[in-house]
Design a protein around this ligand. Structure first.
Ligand code: UDP
Length: 432
């Protein structure tokens, strides 16, 4: 609902949303008309599917994107279906598409026609966060009900924790870390990435667990490529991109004509509608240009001199790894903390660019191509690369002897030893 104060009269504008169904639309219109008669402004938003049905019944102007029915403004938002879709064919898939795409196109409709004040959240130590920058589990669209509760329980108890160790480093998140000092001090002890990424010997990398088999052909392949020439793409271990997202990235990589490695992990469960799958023919069309693997040795790939940039979903591990490797980023966040991480990349760390979705909620291939050009050799590339290099140095300094993270680990260890000592002493006294 929007309240306008033009002409010193308050106008109340009500937005109603109706599902694409004959039985829903008319009662909503009747209610809308009653509200109009009582002096309110009313918009009824319904789906393109409804519009197509209305067009077939020849009652409205086929070209209108909005119509007025008895004083109610009717507007249409995309339900994510092809124009020839017939709702009876597969109601389940229609509803799923409506949930995925309808929500986005409805919010775009609201943004376009109801310029409500932009909601934003101001937190100490962080940039101003708009809805699109917030962790997805704080948004109404979050499907995982248990997560906000789990986090809120954890935060409620924060004052009780003696130590909170953070997988980050002071130089990276200085403002956020300092802002927590009174509430619950955080001791950054990272980045907890393979030591070789921080300049140590590769032998020190051992002692980790791999959940998927790494395809080491990546490194042989990279050895043949020119320095700073290859785009690395990965969306981590959980995210599964829609068929449309896969198609746009594939097209962008192909059109960029630059060498690439794309780690395309197969979804753990079968996904509907081609999600997570490469477009048909892509492998053949790009066999001389790029390499597709199902699971890469990511940290080795990022450390390779042939890598120029990383298109990432902004999982926190991938963030720290690319920071430690000094590789600039094209941020393509999906969910959880990733949108906030992408915001940090673009506005605070300034070691990369964030891809923007179009009004249908899709990151187009043109947008990906534009960011690839910009990060490779556009006007901002020098600054982005230089910031990425500076962060790499800062990460190494943090973990080196007497660096900020090393000192925090030492303080933690000292306290454990002290408190264990006093426990042992206390128990000795008890028995004496
Ligand atoms: N990773 C990898 N090979 C791949 C893709 C990812 O080794 O092909 C590793 C990556 O180096 C990182 C982890 O998987 O350490 C992914 O963690 P992150 O927090 O970035 O994302 P998540 O998988 O939790 O979404």
């Amino acid at each position: 609902m929007e309240i306008l104060s033009e002409n010193k009269e308050e106008e109340i504008h009500v937005l109603m949303v109706a599902l694409s169904s004959q039985g829903h639309i008319n009662p909503m219109l009747r209610l809308g008309k009653r509200l109009v008669n009582k002096g309110l402004h009313v918009t009824l938003a319904t789906t393109e599917f409804t519009r197509r049905r209305m067009l077939k019944s020849s009652t409205i102007n086929p070209t209108a994107s909005s119509i007025s029915i008895s004083g109610v403004q009717v507007r249409f938002f995309s339900d994510g279906q092809n124009l020839d879709y017939d709702g009876k064919v597969n109601v389940d898939s229609y509803m799923e598409n409506l949930a995925n795409f309808g929500a986005i196109s409805l919010s775009n409709l609201i943004k376009e026609h109801f310029p409500n004040p932009e909601m934003s959240v101001e937190l100490p130590g962080l940039p101003l966060l708009r809805a699109e920058d917030l962790p997805s589990y704080f948004l109404p669209s979050n499907p995982f009900g248990s997560l906000p509760k789990l986090l809120s329980d954890m935060f409620q108890n924060m004052k009780k924790y003696k130590w909170v160790l953070g997988n980050s480093f002071f130089g990276l998140e200085r403002d956020a870390i300092e802002s927590m000092a009174d509430l619950c001090p955080i001791s950054p002890i990272g980045p907890l990435v393979p030591p070789s990424l921080l300049g140590e010997d590769e032998d020190h990398d051992s002692g980790t667990v791999e959940m998927w088999k790494r395809d080491d052909t990546c490194i042989e392949w990279l050895n043949k490529e020119a320095p700073s020439s290859v785009i690395y793409v990965s969306f981590g271990s959980i995210s599964v991109l829609s068929a449309k997202q896969m198609e746009c990235i594939a097209k962008a990589l192909k059109n960029s004509s630059r060498p690439f490695i794309w780690a395309v992990k197969q979804p753990s469960l079968p996904e509907p509608d081609g999600a997570g799958q490469l477009p048909l023919g892509f492998l053949e069309e790009t066999k001389d240009q790029g390499l597709v693997v199902s699971w890469s040795p990511q940290t080795k790939v990022l450390a390779h001199p042939a890598i120029a940039c990383f298109i990432t979903h902004c999982g926190w591990n991938s963030m720290l790894e690319t920071i430690a490797a000094g590789v600039p980023v094209i941020a393509y966040p999906q969910w959880t903390d990733q949108p906030t991480n992408a915001k940090l990349i673009a506005d605070i760390f300034r070691n990369g660019l964030r891809l923007r979705a179009n009004q249908d909620g899709i990151v187009s291939n043109e947008e990906v191509e534009k960011c690839i050009r910009e990060i490779m050799d556009g006007p901002k590339s020098v600054e982005l690369k230089s910031n990425a290099r500076e962060l790499r140095v800062a990460a190494r300094e943090a973990v080196a002897g007497a660096g900020s993270s090393d000192k925090n680990i030492q303080l933690f260890v000292d306290e454990i030893i002290r408190s264990c000592g006093s426990i042992v002493k206390g128990s000795c006294n008890d028995t004496s």
